[in-house]
Design a protein around this ligand. Structure first.
Ligand code: NAD
Ligand code: TYD
Length: 339
């Protein structure tokens, strides 16, 4: 199978591409990514010369460019990871989130429809369901109650995906996953942000009272789930994906402080994020029962290995901090094209 992965230079997309190329010898991947601040070609440096992998720098909002890529590459399936993803940035600049996450999805859906792909899989998030109190879990039937501009844009995209399935008969699928962690996550998100700050001997900013709860899943478990839905999910269906690891932010922070050999004086409470969702928790019974997908990475082990990865790969996050990573495209692709 030839799949087009949009947003494959980001955290989850790059882990997914590496997973897919390893899991399926006869699959090939077309990675389409704009390389915003969150896109980093170093995430897939080891795949750059792989004959089963091709990269196009392109904006999913650019309809002409998408038609050209679909016509040339003829993908059989599309997996859309491309998005603006950081809640705090969506509070500062909602318009950018609406453009990429909603209009970009619509452009991709049109390109997918016109080229007649066999599957279109939209990577969504548990944040579309809003926030929970102390009990309960989100199922696929839970009402959509997004609270941040990011979550509202992802919800809108999900509804467009549904409409393209109903109106045009496009074979669409949606996955809604909880918070991912693992290697190559941009160091603005909680876990890599705190690990890199602690490494530099700086305090870590915990929002509000730190009692917000997230359900953490290793990115490899997410990749396995996406692979299963892509191959065996029923068109028109939504599948929740969860890690079964609910932790408060304080618990995560203490684990990271201990793993980095620091003391709890490194934890600094700062003003809360506006509209900060209190708790996310996933009911993943549907994907377990229908597709046999269960998370395999034990949380403590996954977190330990992730911390180790950031310690061992300091040049990766230093290149992000200095901005050097944004020159990799010119160095690796443009120069090669001109040669
Ligand atoms: P990320 O921010 O690390 O990566 C996003 C990627 O999309 C980047 O490579 C970026 O360059 C690319 N991109 C952005 N705008 C684009 C555009 N207009 N055209 C083409 N490419 C563009 O994000 P991530 O954490 O890897 O998340 C990937 C997907 O998974 C997103 O759709 C997100 O909503 C969803 N998701 C993330 C999490 C999580 O915990 N990180 C959880 C559930 C769902
Ligand atoms: P984040 O990684 O931004 O993911 P999301 O908002 O999509 O869940 O944040 C995870 C949790 O950590 C969230 O409750 C906000 C909190 N947080 C902090 O307390 N301090 C920080 O500096 C960041 C980035 C997040």
């Amino acid at each position: 199978m030839r799949i087009l992965v949009a947003g494959g230079a980001g955290f989850i997309g790059s882990n997914f591409i590496r997973y897919i190329l390893g899991a399926h010898d006869d699959w090939s991947v077309v990675n389409v990514d704009k390389l915003t601040y969150a896109g980093n070609l170093a995430n897939l440096a080891d795949k750059a010369g792989d004959p089963r992998y091709v990269f196009h720098r392109a904006d999913i909002c650019d309809a002409a460019e998408m038609s050209r890529i679909f016509a040339g590459e003829k993908p059989e399936a599309v997996v859309n990871f491309a998005a603006e993803t950081h809640v705090d940035r969506s509070i500062d600049d909602p318009a950018l989130f609406l453009r990429t996450n909603i209009l970009g999805t619509q452009v991709l859906l049109d390109a997918a429809r016109k080229s007649g792909v066999a599957r279109y899989l939209q990577i969504s998030t548990d944040e579309v369901y809003g926030s929970l109190g102390a009990t309960g879990k989100f199922s696929e039937e839970s009402p959509l109650k997004p609270n941040s501009p990011y979550a509202a844009s992802k919800t809108s995209a999900d509804l467009l995906v549904r409409a393209y399935g109903k109106t045009f008969g496009l074979p669409v699928l949606v996955t809604r996953c909880s918070n991912n962690y693992g290697p190559y996550q941009f160091p603005e998100k909680l876990i890599p942000f705190f690990v890199t700050l602690l490494r530099e001997g700086k305090p870590v900013p915990v929002y509000g009272d730190g009692m917000n709860v997230r359900d953490w899943i290793h990115v490899e478990d997410h990749s396995r789930a996406v692979d299963a839905v892509l191959q065996r999910g029923r068109p028109g269906e939504i599948y929740n994906v969860g890690g079964g690891n609910e932790r408060t932010n304080i618990e995560i922070t203490k684990l990271l402080i201990a793993a980095m050999g620091k003391d709890e004086k490194s934890m600094k409470f700062v003003p809360d994020r506006p509209g900060h969702d209190r708790r996310y928790a996933i009911d993943d019974e549907k994907i377990r029962a229908e597709l046999g997908v269960v998370p395999l990475v034990p949380f403590e082990e996954g977190l330990r290995n992730t911390v180790r990865w950031y310690i061992d790969n300091e040049p990766w996050w230093r290149a992000v901090q200095t901005g050097e990573y944004q020159s990799f495209y010119d160095r690796w692709y443009v120069r090669k094209d001109r040669a």
